[in-house]
Ligand binder design. Structure first.
Ligand code: AMP
Length: 148
């Protein structure tokens, strides 16, 4: 079986380089914004996927979206953190990839997003592909070709 190190960029699929769902921090649709902000701050990520109760991908939510939502005229309206829920403010129009997509599909998508969610044909969440993973492979490919 060939390892990822042996593969050409054109042979790499999204599955080869994605972070699988068990390792991805996420929040659920019905979580209060307070919980989402805690997950974001504790994990250090700027945004994370939003899943429904059957683990289907339904959107993403980020720190800036939450802070904008609670921003009042003169202060942060902290009470909104427990009143509002993730589904009310999340971004529902998120691009997605499938595990079978090619490296180049992932490259094109991560030009505009620091990470892209990966889901199957029924919408079940499989993981994320980060821009970091794409750049790592391009870097590896560059030095391998230079050494030839
Ligand atoms: P990175 O390329 O590792 O800096 O990740 C870019 C973005 O992808 C982060 O800011 C997060 O929004 C998201 N991300 C990366 N790794 C994870 C993870 N394990 N769980 C949730 N989100 C992640």
């Amino acid at each position: 079986m060939s390892t990822i190190q042996d593969k050409q960029l054109t042979d790499i699929t999204v599955e080869d380089i994605m972070i699988s769902s068990e390792k991805v921090a996420h929040v659920q649709l019905n979580n209060p914004l307070e919980h989402a902000l805690l997950v974001l701050v504790k994990s250090g990520y700027s945004a994370v996927p939003v899943l429904d109760t059957s683990y289907k991908l339904v959107g993403t939510i980020g720190k800036t979206m939450i802070l904008n939502e609670i921003l009042g005229i003169e202060r942060f309206e902290i009470e909104k953190l427990s009143e509002k829920r993730v589904y009310e403010i999340m971004d529902k129009e998120v691009p997605r990839l499938s595990k079978e997509d090619q490296f180049m599909d992932g490259l094109k998508m991560t030009i505009n997003y620091p990470f892209v969610c990966v889901a199957d044909e029924k919408g079940y969440f499989d993981g994320i592909l980060t821009r970091r993973a794409i750049l790592k492979q391009i870097n590896r490919d560059y030095y391998q070709n230079k050494a030839k």
